[in-house]
Design a binder for this molecule. Structure first.
Ligand SMILES: Cc1cc2nc3c(=O)[nH]c(=O)nc-3n(C[C@H](O)[C@H](O)[C@H](O)COP(=O)(O)OP(=O)(O)OC[C@H]3O[C@@H](n4cnc5c(N)ncnc54)[C@H](O)[C@@H]3O)c2cc1C
Length: 511
């Protein structure tokens, strides 16, 4: 194989944002090279295998992917490069809440039934009212497809073509600029409903309703509360999505290099011109370098003189969300309850708030939907604290020390406790137990302080765009607009690719 030392575009990192960007760039006809430091691609969304079990390292909650066209930007990328995978669909999660344990079917009517049982008529009527408030907001978010976004004057044509469709929604659009808490004021006062909505916001953005973008929630409501809605799970695990994106990149001539860490973003004069790899190799980019890694990690790759001090200081100061505790378990499935769900959410105490450490736990048992993820008769389980584990507790610890081992046991206890609500004899069933800490997360995901991404309440600002003061350097991924989460990072990758593409090709793709 000939190793190239020049490409039109170099993408740093193969998270979903980077792969989406690379796939579209390749589709637009650019010669694109993606450099990934890990030996597995996908970043937070990679799958890994141990002893015959396939585990998702991160995301497992997906929607709007099993059908097309859909409003999910990741679906747009898969369609653009002619890729798809098999999807399992389901419509119910399990809840383990202070109110009790119950299945929660998704869909507005199904949730109204739960509310009727738990809280009575008044809560149901508030829920119905909220659906009415959210309907026009959801329609407004859908009127402008994220795939039309680009960060140059070409946006006049690509976004402009949707202006007539947007006109009836202009009033609603104004409400989308605030936070979801603002929308809830006056519509919802039921304590449980407020707690539940805080939880949904938190799972989406890492923040409660106060601080979570109303637009993000309007998009979610439009997706989750439409009739006959289902959630999707990729057959083969999250790695199957990653593989599909990589196939799409390669189909259009793009290249992905694994185990290839970028050590520096090179500049010439006032332009980003390529990258230097950790092994010293230099690769030049004719059109641009797109960084898919977090903003803090991107800044580390830039020489002090390469980018304005104001930009560096401002972006470096962005507060990171906390990190994660993970359990990845391979278990014996003999005699498990028949009615287990693929996903559970556990909340210990609403009073502590959804952001409190050791309070909210997410559980995923994807082998219930795709038995190929575990050996026959076994199951693969991922349990985690969703972006609530303080990195500070782990900072500087020696991973071989007894103190580290003891802290691992102590801080993962809440994960076991949550899982015991679902599978009481879980500890006896475990054949494989992997406990991950913020240090594991930082190391395997190569991300600053093992963070989920920037913590930017919409009331304090929006996620920054893909552009930087350094011509030739663009950004995508969870540090970039619209923010954290698989659909969001795919949208950011699309926008970065569009910004490099000629307007006529962008318009063609939108068609
Ligand atoms: C536990 C967990 C559960 C989640 N659950 C969900 C969910 O259910 N649904 C959902 O929508 N979202 C979920 N998310 C969020 C979502 O997974 C992430 O926001 C998204 O995948 C981040 O993608 P990204 O494009 O920002 O890149 P990242 O995933 O951050 O990937 C960046 C890549 O860059 C590589 N890299 C870093 N430095 C270098 C370098 N110097 N040179 C080369 N490569 C480098 C890294 O190895 C990594 O592969 C979850 C996240 C986590 C952690």
């Amino acid at each position: 194989m000939v190793v190239k030392n020049t490409a039109d575009a170099i993408v740093i990192g193969s998270g979903i944002g980077g792969l989406s960007c690379a796939a579209l760039l390749a589709r637009y006809g650019f010669e694109v090279l993606t450099c990934e430091s890990h030996t597995i691609s996908g970043g937070a969304a990679h799958s890994f295998q141990r002893n015959g079990f396939t585990f998702d390292s991160g995301p497992s909650l997906y929607s709007g992917l099993s059908y097309s066209p859909s409003s999910n930007p990741l679906r747009f990328v898969l369609d653009a490069v002619g890729e798809d995978i098999d999807w399992a669909t389901y419509d119910t999660w399990g809840c383990c809440l202070p109110e009790g344990d119950f299945p929660a079917p998704i869909g507005a009517d199904a949730f109204a039934e739960i509310l009727a049982q738990l809280r009575g008529k008044e809560a149901v009527s508030q829920w119905r009212k909220l659906q009415q408030v959210m309907k026009p907001l959801g329609e407004a978010t859908l009127a402008l497809p994220s795939a039309a976004l680009r960060y140059d004057l070409g946006a006049i044509f690509t976004l402009g073509r949707y202006f007539p469709a947007m006109l009836p929604h202009l009033g609603a659009s104004l409400q989308l600029t605030g936070d979801f808490a603002g929308i809830l004021e006056g519509a919802v006062s039921d304590r449980f409903l407020l707690n539940w909505l805080d939880l949904l916001c938190f799972l989406l953005s890492g923040l409660p309703a106060k601080g979570t973008s109303a637009a993000e929630m309007a998009f979610m409501f439009a997706e989750w509360y439409r009739p006959e809605v289902v959630l999707d799970y990729p057959m083969g695990g999250s790695g199957a999505i990653v593989d599909a994106l990589v196939r799409g990149i390669q189909r259009y001539g793009g290249e992905l290099r694994l185990g290839t860490r970028v050590a520096e973003i090179l500049t010439d004069g006032d332009r980003a011109t390529g990258v230097r790899l950790q092994n010293g190799e230099v690769i030049k980019a004719r059109r641009g370098v797109i960084s898919n890694i977090s903003i803090w990690d991107t800044l580390k790759l830039l020489d002090k003189r390469a980018i304005s001090t104001t930009f560096r200081q401002e972006r470096d100061r962005t507060p990171p969300c906390p990190s994660f505790m993970h359990l990845h378990l391979g278990i014996d499935g003999t005699g498990l309850p028949e009615d287990l769900h693929c996903h559970y959410i556990f909340v210990e105490d609403w009073e502590k708030g959804v952001k409190a450490p050791q309070n909210v736990i997410a559980i995923s048992i994807p082998s219930l939907l795709d038995p190929s993820l575990a050996p026959p008769g076994k199951h693969a389980i991922h349990v985690y604290t969703p972006a609530t584990e303080p990195y500070e507790l782990w900072e500087g610890m020696d991973r071989r020390s007894t103190a580290y081992q003891e802290q691992k046991e102590a801080r993962s206890r809440i994960c076991w406790k949550a899982l015991e609500r679902v599978i009481p004899d879980i500890r006896d069933r475990c054949e494989l137990t992997l406990i991950g800490t913020p240090l594991t997360h930082e190391r395997f995901l190569n991300i600053h302080r093992g963070t989920y991404g920037p913590e930017i309440p919409v009331t304090e600002g929006v996620f920054p765009s893909a552009t930087t003061p350094l011509p030739g350097l663009l950004l995508c991924g969870a540090s970039t607009f619209p923010g954290i989460g698989v659909p969001a990072v795919a949208a950011s990758g699309i926008a970065a690719a569009n910004t490099l593409a000629p307007v006529h090709k962008h318009l063609q793709l939108l068609n």
